[in-house]
Structure formats: C-alpha cells, structure tokens
Design a protein around this ligand. Sequence first.
Ligand SMILES: [Zn+2]
Length: 345
Amino acid sequence: MKDRIYSILEEAQKKIAEASNESVLQNVKTAFVGKQGSLSLLMKELPNVDVEARPEMGKLLNQVKNQVTALIDEKRTNLKLKASEVSDDFDVSVPGIMPASGGLHPITQMCYDLNDAFRSMGFEVYQEDDITSEMYAFDKLNFPQNHPARESMDTYWIEGHDSGNTNEKLCLRPHLTGGSVRYMQTHKPPYRVIYPGRVYRNETTDAHHERAFFQYEVLIVDKDITFTAGKVLIQTILSKVFGKHVPVRMRSGFFPFVEPGFEIDMECQVCGGKGCSVCKHVGWIEVMPGGTPHPNVLKAAGVDPEEYTGFYVNIGLDRLVMMRYGVDDVRLFHSADLRFLKQFK
Ligand SMILES: [Zn+2]
C-alpha cells in the first residue's frame, strides 16, 4: 500500500505542475482528493490492511492528502498571479482610449442645486404625475370656466377620464400648481414644499418658449406669512444658486390661483442690468411669478383660509439656467445637441 500511496503522490505532483489553467487544476483535484479520487478510494481500503500496519498507513494517507491539497492551492495562487500579469507585447506607452463619460443636463443641475438650497431650509420635495385632470389643473385653482388656458390652444387634452371622478377630462399638466392641491389634500399645514417637474403647453416655439419645459414650484403655507418673508426667501435662494447677491424686484401680477399675485424679476445676469437682447434691453428678466394662495384654492385643498395664508413661487427653471450660463435661446437646452450640452459637464 505504501508504494501505491507514493506513486499516487508522484503522479499528483506531476499533474499539478502540468496544469496550465484553473479548470485543469480543478480536474486534478477531483481525480486525487475528490470523493471518488484515488487517495479517497485508498482510504476506504484501510480496513483491509493489517491491524499493526493500519495506523501508519492511515497517517501516511492523511499526510499525502494534505500535501496534495496544499500543492493544488499553491498552484491556484500562482495561476491567478500569472493571469494578471501584463504580457510582453503590451505597450504601456501607447495613449489609451478615453471612455466617454456622461454628465448632468444643465437644467437637472439647476434643479438639484435648487433642491439643495431649499432642503437646507427645511423644505420637502414632492412629485406629481405628468398626467393630471381638469379638476386639478383648473377647477381647484380658481380658473373660471371660460379661462382661455383651458382651451386646446394651450392645454394638451388627453382622451379618457380621471378614474374615480366623473367627467374629469385628462390632460398633460400645463403647470405644476395642481400638484400643490394634491399635496395639501394629503398633508396637514403648515407646509414647506417644493415640486419640480416638466409641464406642457401647446405653443409655437421661439427663443423663449418651448412646448415642454421645466418648472419649479415652491409653496409655503403657515400662519402669518408676509410678502417680505417671501422676498427674503427668493433672494436667499438666488444668492445660493448664483453664488452672489442677485438684485430682484417685485411687480404686481395676476394669476387666478393667487390673491394678490406678483411677478419677480431678477437682474439680467448676461448684461449685469445694463440691457441686452436677452433682457430685451430693460436689464431685468422675469423669472418667477407667484403670490398668496387664493382663498378658493386653500378651500379646495381643505385648508382654512381664515387661519392660514402662504406664498407660491413658480420658478422658470429654463430661464434661470439661461441666466446662469448667459444662453440666449431656450431651445438649445432641449435640442439634445451634444456639442452644446458637453460644455456644461
Ligand atoms: Zn440683459
């Protein structure tokens, strides 16, 4: 038996040395130390060996088995090291091919920056679906029945009706404000919430208008909110986004869902307020309309207008990005033209 053990060991050593890859080595392992391997089979013959010689044989068998296993492990490590070696004909001095890396779209970057700025002031981020209904887009926002924005010239109406609501026409949301009603209906005041997203208008496109564009709306509802607080908020946000103080001015404006309403202009960042083609030579750019939520809107959302008041701001994300980079045509941002977009990585 001793001779057979030694000859198996010799054969195993030879096979292990010859193994040129992992799978051959695995086969060698199975052939010698596997359950049906030659060493394991010898183990089973031990009971037939003379009682006196049996302990010595058993010991030797175990030693050889351990030796073979150790040799296989060592060989495996060597094979792995060899596999990661650089072959001789590989020229490390040849310039590599730069892998193409992606980047965030400038509008997304702006959106994230605003999210950061608002979150740092305790605002919650809310998302509404792109498809909404006439009820949320107009009825609950105090839009009169005959308001021109309801017409097909402005709103993309969709076939079908809002489930659960009778005769509520579906549409692509023409603005984000409907989302504020959905939010208020499911949350208890006070609110500090932002809800960015894409809105859709059936418009003729030009340098300042697109059919689908991004908006960013902010809503605060609390007791005793003043216009001054709103103005300070906007000024803070703009200085965080632009990294410097940006002068703003407020003008009165009219929107059905606010009373009173305002327009906020920021100093044109392309010309620094001197006047240029982007700001139509007035030095100011209209970036965000807003106002105090109309009592009818608060009522429609289940909030008592006698107790609560608030502040809406609707930031034109595209326009803010135009200001940030001094780009004078909004369509470029939606053109998917990589030559243009790569500049903002
Ligand atoms: Zn300008």
